[in-house]
Design a protein around this ligand. Structure first.
Ligand code: HDL
Ligand code: ZN
Length: 419
């Protein structure tokens, strides 16, 4: 049906974005069969590493060791009192917890953490997973799967039936970024490798990748790369990328996802909250993507300052797809700025967002908050066209939104979207 007024346009776009099922292409979530790796509930939400970092800022006298020696419940109590009771929870990570509790229908007027705990204790895992997927309208999530993690590898070896909502991504940070300490783990798994990148070792690494691709059926291979990532360079990582990752992903048709700009562990006392951000060299992205036209690349960068040049680089290289407002960029002001720029430079050939959820319930807030912004930006873009006399059809807008919230990803990776 043709859109006839500005008011009709705004209402239709908001409804369509809010109800369109999403493929969440990068998360740290796990299916129930992965046991303790699946995190959910209020104490996990409150001890999210984003909130741990924020809590320490209000407690200059609190020793890191004292915090880390607390139980998870004690940590959650301290974070709740510090960020939600003694201060107003308007940071994005705090607001997220409020959104989750509200969307679950809990009484926020009481701010009663024990009452919330009682609600979560009354849930069972399987039904709660179903409930969160229904409420968040997320169709499927892509996990972050590490074959060098002993616990996770054991889960894979059990070959439990796969939950179709939880898709795999083969994450290779230890292989690419810590080869000196990872090569022995491949050897322990039966691959006769040595630290020196001999031709046999290169061949065995490729076999390791093929074996895990066969076992996991991942949608892509992924790595996070430091802010000083250079390519090409005389380094183990560059050799592993050139001689192992690029050939294997080309042979299997899998994209190579590069997540660039992390300064790992600038404050080790914060543990998983101790990473920071650095502006990276877009030239490295330009070179690796343009020099490998038969490979597909998914790219996200962590620095706000890299976003414009990243979008321009995507304009020059159709084998690269930009995705998400990653980590420190996953805040309303930056999501709006970046999404507006990307739609203006790339149209619909982009994946505006992923959630990066570590805790299942976060799907509720990360997607609610991003849908609001994507709808707002899209509305503005359609309004420009509408006011210039372009005819807007509801079915075309629906298709645009389906593409932005997953379809573009599935088309790029060349796989049919699971029904
Ligand atoms: O490397 C990554 O995938 C990052 O997303 C890190 O996991 C980071 O700690 C994070 O959770 N960001 O949201
Ligand atoms: Zn992540």
């Amino acid at each position: 049906m043709t859109i006839r007024s500005q008011q009709e346009l705004e209402a239709f776009v908001k409804e369509t974005v809010n109800t369109c099922p999403v493929t969440d292409i990068h998360t740290h979530l796990f299916a129930e069969s992965f046991g303790e790796l699946l995190l959910w509930g209020i104490d996990e939400l409150l001890t999210y590493h984003y909130l741990i970092a924020e809590t320490f800022r209000f407690l200059p006298e609190l020793s890191y060791d004292k915090f880390w020696n607390m139980s998870k419940k004690e940590q959650a109590d301290l974070i709740w009192n510090t960020l939600f009771i003694e201060n107003t929870p308007y940071s994005e990570a705090c607001r997220g917890v409020v959104t989750v509790l509200n969307r679950l229908g809990l009484d926020l007027s009481q701010r009663d953490l024990e009452q919330y705990r009682a609600y979560f204790r009354s849930q069972n895992t399987k039904d709660y997973i179903d409930h969160i997927f229904e409420l968040s309208k997320v169709k499927s999530v892509v996990m972050t799967n590490d074959p060098l993690d002993d616990y996770e590898r054991a889960c894979w070896m059990e070959e439990a039936p796969r939950d179709p909502r939880f898709l795999a991504a083969l994450r290779i940070d230890p292989l690419l970024n810590q080869w000196s300490s990872s090569w022995s783990k491949l050897k322990d798994q039966g691959y006769p490798v040595e630290e020196e990148l001999t031709s046999q070792t290169i061949s065995e690494i490729k076999q390791f990748l093929h074996d895990w691709i066969k076992r996991m059926d991942p949608l892509y291979l992924a790595v996070s790369l430091p802010d000083d990532f250079a390519y090409p360079e005389e380094s183990v990582r560059s050799r592993l990328i050139n001689e192992c990752i690029l050939p294997v992903t080309r042979e299997t048709g899998l994209p190579f996802a590069m997540m660039i700009g992390v300064k790992r562990q600038v404050n080790p006392s914060l543990k998983s909250a101790g990473d920071s951000v650095g502006k990276s060299d877009i030239g490295a992205v330009e070179r690796i993507v343009s020099q490998n036209p038969d490979n597909k690349f998914l790219v996200t960068m962590l620095s706000r300052e890299n976003q414009h040049e990243l979008a321009v680089t995507a304009r020059k290289n159709r084998n690269m797809l930009v995705f998400g407002c990653w980590w420190f960029l996953n805040n309303p002001s930056l999501i709006e700025e970046i999404t507006r720029m990307r739609l203006e430079l790339l149209g619909g050939s982009v994946i505006p967002q992923h959630s990066d959820c570590r805790i299942l319930d976060q799907l509720l807030y990360k997607w609610d908050h991003s849908r609001q912004i994507i709808a707002k930006v899209l509305c503005d873009k359609y309004t420009d066209l509408f006011q210039a006399g372009w005819r807007l059809e509801e079915e075309e807008i629906r298709q645009d939104v389906e593409d932005l919230l997953g379809g573009t990803f599935w088309k790029f990776i060349g796989r049919p979207e699971p029904q």
